[in-house]
Ligand binder design. Structure first.
Ligand code: CU
Length: 494
C-alpha cells in the first residue's frame, strides 16, 4: 500500500517535470488500429480514445486494436488517409481532442460514457500532436503524438492552416486590454475573515471530521466583474480548520456533480504522500476520504492538487488549517483569517463582464489580479476586519498563490509578535514591520491596538495594490494623542 502511494506521488512529480520541460512522454508506438480502403487514394484509419484520470493526471487511453489500454497512444496515418477519431468520456469531466496542425477538432464530451466522432483528411507528412483544448488539460497530461508518413502529394491543395491554440496570443502581443462587457453579478465568494472556529479547550486528542465540497461557481471578482472560481465550500479561501496536535483528521472530499474538473486536497499538515492528494483525486459527482494524524503543530496551507495544480490554486482552491500545540495559543481578543492569491485573466485588470482564465499568463506568472480572500474589495468595502482600541488581534495569514511571495504588512502598525513561517514551536520574532510569506506558506502575527483609525492590510510589493490587493482593519475607540497627534489631511485614504 505504502509503496503504491510512493509510486503514485512519483508519477505526479514526473507529470510535473514532463509538463515543465515541455517534452512528450515516450510511449510504445501503437500503429493504426484499423485500416480500411475507402477509395480516393487514401485509407480510412479509425481510432477510439477514452478520457481518463490516471497517475494523478489526465490522459487519453486507447480503446481496441494495438492501442488498447495505451496511455496517450501514438496515432499514425499516411498522407491521403482519412482519419476518423471517436472520443469517449471516461470520467464525466469536460474534454475534447484536437489535431491543431490539421485544423481538426472534436465536439466536447462531458457525461460519462458519451461519445463523439469526427473525420479529417491528412494532407502532409510529419510528427504532430493531438491535445485536449480545455484550458489546463494539455498541461495535465492530455497530449499525444500523431505521426504521418508519406510525401506531400504534388499539386495537392494543402489549405489547412494550423489552428490558433492560444486564444490570448493577440492580447499577449500588445498587452492585455480592458474589456468593457456588460456588468456581471456573481456569487459572493469572499470568505468572512472572522469565520474561525473557537480555540480548542479540550486536552485529549480526538477525531475531527473535515467535510470539503469542491464547487465551481461564477463569483464576483470585482465591481461588475465575475470569474469562474473553483472553490472549497463556495468561498475563497476554503474553510478555516482548527485541530490540536495529536488529533486525527477524517477528511471527506465531495466533488459536486456539475463540476467540469476533478479536484483533490493536499494538506500541508499531513505527513504522507501528497498530503492526502493521492487519496482524494475525485471526479465530478464522487466522494473520497482519508484519515491522517496531525503530528506537528503549526498553521498550514491546504490546496487542491489535481493537475494542473497551479491552475486549481489560481482559481481559488486553497485554505488554512491550524494545528494548535498541546497547550493551545495565548488568548487574544480577536482572530482573523486572511489569504492572498493571484488571478490570471485574458482581460486586463479593470475589465467588466465574465472574465476568462489565461493559462499562458499563469505559466508566465503574470497575473492581472491579486486578491485577499478571493476578490477585489473583499476585505475593504465588503468584509473589513474590525476591532477596538485596547484589544489584541491575531491574524492567521497564508498565501495560496500559486506563485507570488507576499511581503505582508499592516500600514500604521508594528507586529508585536510574528510566528515566522507559521512555526508555533519557535519563539516568535518581536516588533516586526513586514513579514515575508511564501506561496504554500503562512504566518501568524499578533499586535495590540493603541490608536483608532483605518489600517490597511497590504503586500508591501505595493504595485499589487493597484491590482486589487488590500484590506482594511478598522479600529474604533478614543484617540491617543500621546502616541500620535495631528490633524488628518483630507484624502489620506486612512
Ligand atoms: Cu481542483
Amino acid at each position: 500500500m505504502k509503496n503504491s502511494f510512493k509510486f503514485f506521488s512519483l508519477l505526479i512529480v514526473l507529470a510535473f517535470l514532463i509538463s515543465a520541460c515541455g517534452t512528450e512522454k515516450s510511449e510504445p508506438t501503437a500503429v493504426a488500429a484499423e485500416a480500411v480502403n475507402s477509395g480516393g487514394g487514401g485509407k480510412l484509419v479509425e481510432y477510439t480514445l477514452k478520457t481518463a484520470l490516471i497517475d494523478g493526471g489526465m490522459a487519453y487511453l486507447g480503446v481496441g486494436g494495438d492501442i488498447d489500454g495505451v496511455k496517450n497512444p501514438t496515432l499514425s496515418a499516411s498522407v491521403g488517409d482519412t482519419v476518423k477519431i471517436t472520443l469517449i468520456s471516461g470520467n464525466g469531466i469536460e474534454h475534447d481532442i484536437a489535431f491543431p496542425d490539421f485544423n481538426a477538432q472534436s465536439e466536447h464530451v462531458i457525461e460519462e460514457g458519451s461519445q463523439t466522432s469526427f473525420e479529417f483528411t491528412v494532407d502532409k507528412p510529419g510528427n504532430f500532436t493531438y491535445v485536449c483544448t480545455i484550458p489546463g488539460h494539455k498541461e495535465a497530461g492530455m497530449s499525444g503524438r500523431f505521426e504521418v508518413t508519406g510525401n506531400l502529394a504534388s499539386g495537392s491543395d494543402s489549405t489547412t492552416a494550423p489552428m490558433d491554440m492560444s486564444n490570448h496570443s493577440a492580447s499577449n502581443a500588445s498587452g492585455p486590454v480592458v474589456v468593457n462587457n456588460p456588468l456581471e453579478t456573481g456569487a459572493d465568494i469572499v470568505r468572512d475573515p472572522t469565520e474561525i472556529p473557537a480555540p480548542i479547550t479540550r486536552r485529549e486528542p480526538e477525531t475531527v471530521r473535515i467535510d470539503l465540497e469542491t464547487i465551481e461557481i461564477e463569483g464576483q471578482l470585482a465591481d461588475g466583474t465575475t470569474y469562474k472560481y473553483w472553490t472549497f465550500n463556495g468561498k475563497v479561501p476554503g474553510p478555516f480548520y482548527r485541530v490540536r496536535v495529536g488529533d486525527t483528521i477524517e477528511v471527506h472530499l465531495k466533488n459536486l456533480t456539475n463540476s467540469t474538473m476533478a479536484h483533490s486536497v493536499d494538506f500541508h499538515a499531513v505527513t504522507g504522500p501528497g498530503g492526502g492528494a493521492v487519496m482524494t483525486q475525485t471526479p465530478p459527482g464522487q466522494e473520497t476520504s482519508f484519515t491522517a494524524k496531525a503530528i506537528r503543530p503549526g498553521l498550514f496551507v491546504y490546496h487542491c492538487a489535481t493537475p494542473m495544480v497551479a491552475q486549481h490554486i489560481a482559481n481559488g482552491m486553497y485554505g488554512l488549517i491550524l494545528v494548535e500545540p498541546e497547550e493551545g495559543l495565548p488568548p487574544v481578543d480577536r482572530e482573523f483569517y486572511v489569504m492572498q492569491g493571484e488571478v490570471y485573466t485574458n482581460e486586463a485588470f479593470g475589465s467588466t463582464g465574465l472574465l476568462t482564465e489565461n493559462i499562458q499568463a499563469l505559466l508566465d506568472e503574470n497575473p492581472e489580479y491579486l486578491v485577499f480572500n478571493g476578490a477585489v474589495g473583499g476585505l475593504t468595502e465588503q468584509k473589513p476586519l474590525t476591532a477596538n482600541v485596547g484589544e489584541t488581534v491575531r491574524i492567521f495569514f497564508g498565501v495560496g498563490g500559486p506563485n507570488f511571495t507576499s511581503s505582508f504588512h499592516v500600514i500604521g502598525e508594528i507586529f508585536d509578535r510574528v510566528y515566522d513561517q507559521a512555526s508555533l514551536t519557535s519563539p516568535p520574532l518581536t516588533n516586526v514591520q513586514t513579514v515575508s510569506v511564501p506561496p504554500g506558506g503562512a504566518t501568524m502575527v499578533e499586535f495590540g491596538l493603541e490608536v483608532p483609525g483605518n489600517y490597511l492590510l497590504v503586500d508591501h510589493a505595493l504595485s499589487r495594490m493597484q491590482r486589487g490587493l488590500s484590506g482594511y482593519l478598522i479600529v474604533e475607540g478614543p484617540e491617543n494623542p500621546e502616541i500620535i497627534n495631528g490633524t488628518i489631511t483630507p484624502g489620506s485614504g486612512h
